[in-house]
Design a protein around this ligand. Structure first.
Ligand code: GLY
Length: 407
């Protein structure tokens, strides 16, 4: 399999990975911490090797983007319309930013192009994920003006899902018998497309949607301990919440791990983008709930739900850890006090765990995903203890954020 990469720009070959691994194990056996710079380098090298192998594998399968591994062990792919379509191209942009090799750019452009038809979708709230991770990173890195047009078209499509009576963006169109107007905590992740569009176009409507949605979510999604509900459905006449429950979590009152991570990341990003202290405070409060949570395991990679019964078989969710780590690193730069230090400390522990053999795949294995052990939808018995494209995306993002800090 590695013969395919011989003419490729990746500087690390398989044996060098094992050298990195041996160095890591040496530090562990001496009871010393491996330098964070070595941890980061191992993560980035592995992610690059895996992403290129993945890109090569799907190069001639038109329109296909990687998502996970199927129960039969084969690669699961999607087209542009699945909520995860933007993560692989976005990861390729990050890896290209780290290592500006022409082949990485070629693949970043190829896979980003595959997501373009999503710009006209109005039946999903996930356009932020799909377009801002792919085209947003591409634009930031290349200034390609076409990418800007795609993002603006996408922002207009997403804005069609905003209802001014409810003051929020509608997440889902299914289960209409139960939910009048479901909004999920994940939806905070789509707001960055709007803060960007507001600055880019000068159209205030985008910023109004951001503030309405973010404030409405603070009002209704959070419990007194700052854990969050997964789904809040609103009454479309009164705009009031009529149902609060879960869809992917353990129970209606539980703290679904990835949902907590989405909330943390969403409010941290909004604090950065708007400078609004209310969002920073919310991010700090969510982080406070997570940092000392009694069920956070020793390796700091949460189980799939913070309230799930714990046994030897309870799956972790590496994707939640990667999202959390990336957000905590950013939060540590917005809060320069003691609390910010605690955030960074936890993020570093998570990065160390994710970059250990327990979670980081050996190159050429794991169907070319970087991370193992994520959980997509446990109650549906779907994507349990598998790699996921978004785990890899946020892992690479976190590695690059940390790399910038320790330079
Ligand atoms: N809706 C995105 C997720 O499953 O986290």
């Amino acid at each position: 399999m590695f013969a395919k990469t011989h003419n490729f720009i990746i500087p690390m070959k398989k044996h060098i990975f094992f050298v990195f691994l041996a160095i890591g194990l040496f530090f562990i056996s001496c009871n010393k911490q491996e330098p964070m710079s070595a941890v980061i380098e191992r993560g980035l090298q592995t992610a690059t090797q895996q992403a290129v192998l993945m890109a090569q594998e799907l190069e001639n399968r038109e329109g296909k983007l990687p998502t996970t591994i199927k129960p039969d062990g084969t690669l699961e792919t999607s087209d542009y319309s699945w909520w995860c379509s933007g993560f692989f191209p976005g990861e390729l942009w990050y890896l290209y930013e780290n290592n500006p090799a022409p082949e990485l750019r070629k693949y970043a452009e190829l896979y980003t192009g595959r997501v373009e038809p999503a710009k006209y979708l109005t039946n999903t709230h996930d356009l932020g994920f799909m377009l801002f991770c792919s085209f947003g990173n591409g634009l930031r890195i290349t200034q390609n003006p076409h990418y800007k047009d795609v993002l603006i078209a996408g922002a207009h499509s997403l804005a069609t899902r905003y209802n001014p009576t409810v003051c929020a963006i509608k997440s889902w169109d299914f289960n209409k018998d139960v939910w009048q107007y479901p909004v999920i905590i994940d939806n905070m992740m789509n707001l960055e497309l709007f803060t960007w569009a507001s600055k880019e176009t000068g159209n205030d409507i985008f910023r109004e949607i951001v503030d309405s949605h973010a404030l409405k979510t603070i009002e209704n999604h959070f419990r007194p301990d700052f854990s969050s509900y997964h789904v809040v459905s609103y009454d479309t006449i009164t705009g009031k919440a009529h149902i609060k429950q879960t869809h992917q979590g353990f129970s209606n009152e539980s703290a679904w791990a990835r949902g907590q991570a989405w909330g943390l990341y969403g409010y941290t990003a909004m604090a950065r983008e708007t400078g609004n202290n209310k969002y920073l405070e919310q991010a700090r409060n969510i982080a406070g709930f997570l940092i000392n949570h009694p069920t956070l395991p020793e390796d700091k990679i949460p189980y799939w739900d913070f309230d799930a019964p714990i046994s030897i078989d309870t799956p972790h969710d590496a994707s939640a850890a990667a999202i959390m780590a990336s957000a905590l690193i950013e939060l540590s730069q917005l809060d320069k006090g003691e609390f910010g230090k605690q955030c960074l400390e936890l993020a570093e522990q998570q990065i160390r765990s994710l970059s250990s053999p327990e979670y980081l795949a050996k190159p050429g294995t794991n169907r070319c995903f970087a991370l193992m052990h994520s959980t997509g939808n446990f109650p549906d018995n779907s994507e349990v203890d598998v790699p996921l494209s978004y785990a890899d995306y946020y892992y690479v993002e976190a590695l690059l954020r940390l790399k910038k800090l320790i330079r």
